[in-house]
Design a protein around this ligand. Structure first.
Ligand code: LLP
Length: 430
């Protein structure tokens, strides 16, 4: 029987990841088979999960002028970009490198918006040359430099100013970006001044306004508050004679890592758009920059248990994935579920699940109930966003391979790095 015909409920937050006949699957494929064939650590993504996350946004925006710009920092692997480009998405980029990835994946530069506080002149020039949709300018100084670069190139840069609405997104401090103390955006109080300056500069054309208040947001209220603050500004900017054609509300919608209950994208956007209509801005073009919510729960990371190390105070389950592959726990004390690919019918013990990197911060999960033996395979869940794209080579560890599952087919989208790859650019002394 085709495994997809066996109905099995997906794991919480990851409907495309499910146990069937005692074995964990992504779409129609058994993860144990993928681990044996491709080795571990291995990132496995579900194409259907990505497209179904995107569909929720598309439903929310039905009948509106809207552009969904995937914030590719969440997962910038070329094949992942291809999935979203083919589905009609634009991209939110934060570097010249990300722009080159979009182009290499066949993305449309006319649907690219360029965010980030530290764009270089060379990056601006390249973005102008390929004709991106808009620069999301993050400071008054950047306006001056961008105008000069555009004039020199004989072009006009379309700009939106990222305003900082000073709203608390109620998330981890490292991933909250819309508060006064953050380095991002132009302060609400200075925004009108910055818009007047932008409108007067020869190399710029003001087209929009944007904000992004943080990431892994699980409540509606910060979005509604930020929207009110941004719309107040749109009113005053337009009163000053500067038309705002598009409004970009950034990304930030959270996912279910551990029983989290973020709003659904379609429901949230219906509510936000109703507010826009009420305030008389329903006719504008909308842009959004979702990252995590499109890919986070479309991916898992497979890993092998290397050793079990019982201790007086703690038992350790040492796996072959580490903080260089999965940096979120070490960086943000983030929680990822860890589950066996083939559960054992044995009593579980409590383990700290840790990697081989020589740092006490190299943990993937604390105090997890697991029935495991060395040689077993585990899946670290919700690993589609900000894992591979943040992976490093610390401890001279090669980065993992990545595969994309599409029904009963699997595509290797990134070969495992080799150790030779790691020091190819290095030179010995003469
Ligand atoms: N737009 C801008 C301007 C951003 O800075 C970000 C994320 C996004 C959009 C996408 O946000 P999302 O929809 O993914 O929440 N590494 C951290 C998250 C950093 C987010 C940085 N900015 C983590 O692993 O939790």
């Amino acid at each position: 029987m085709n495994p997809s015909q066996i109905s099995a409920p997906g794991l919480p937050g990851q409907p495309h990841v499910a146990y069937r006949n005692g074995s964990l699957h992504v779409e129609d494929l058994a993860l144990a088979d993928l681990a044996h064939e491709h080795g571990t650590p291995l990132f496995v993504y579900s194409k259907a999960a990505m497209l179904s996350a995107l569909a929720a946004y598309q439903r929310g925006f039905a009948g509106r002028k809207a552009l969904i710009c995937y914030a590719m920092k969440a997962n910038s692997s070329l094949a992942v970009l291809q999935v979203f480009a083919r589905a009609g998405c634009g991209f939110d980029i934060v570097s010249g490198g990300e722009l080159d990835r979009v182009l290499a994946a066949g993305g449309d530069p006319a649907k690219v918006i360029f965010s980030g506080v530290g764009k270089t002149c060379a990056e601006m020039r390249r973005a102008l040359d390929v004709g991106i949709a808009c620069f999301n300018v993050e400071s008054e100084a950047e306006l001056e430099v961008l105008s000069a670069v555009a004039v020199q190139a004989g072009k006009t840069a379309r700009v939106s100013i990222r305003v900082n609405p000073n709203v608390d997104p109620k998330t981890h401090p490292y991933i909250s970006t819309g508060l006064k103390g953050n380095k991002f955006g132009v302060a609400h109080e200075r925004a009108l001044l910055a818009y007047r300056r932008a409108a007067s500069l020869p190399g710029l054309e003001v087209v929009g306004i944007d904000c992004h208040i943080g990431s892994q947001i699980t409540q509606e209220s910060p979005y509604l508050d930020a929207m009110d603050r941004v719309l107040d500004l749109v009113e005053s900017i337009e009163m000053a004679g500067i038309p705002i054609h598009h409004i970009d509300f950034g990304g930030g919608l959270g996912i279910d890592y551990n029983g989290d209950t973020p709003p659904q994208a379609d429901a949230l956007w219906k509510q936000l758009l109703a507010k826009l209509d009420t305030r008389g801005f329903g006719d504008r073009q909308f842009m959004i920059e979702p990252g995590r919510s499109l890919v986070g729960n479309a991916g898992v990371c497979l890993t092998e248990v290397l050793y079990l190390k019982p201790g007086e105070q703690k038992n350790f389950c040492i796996i072959d994935a580490a903080m260089n592959d999965l940096p979120r726990p070490a960086m943000y004390q983030a929680f990822h579920q860890i589950v066996p690919l083939s559960p054992r019918n044995e009593d579980a013990s409590v383990y700290d699940v840790v990697g081989p990197v020589c740092e006490s911060g190299d943990w993937i999960g604390h105090d997890r109930q697991l029935a495991v033996q060395a040689g077993d395979h585990l899946a670290v869940l919700s690993a589609g966003a900000y894992c591979m794209s943040m992976a490093s080579n610390y401890n001279t560890r090669a980065r993992a391979a990545e595969v994309l599952v599409d029904g009963d087919k699997v595509h290797v989208i990134r070969a495992r790095e080799t150790i030779a790859d790691l020091f190819r650019q290095e030179k010995l002394l003469p």
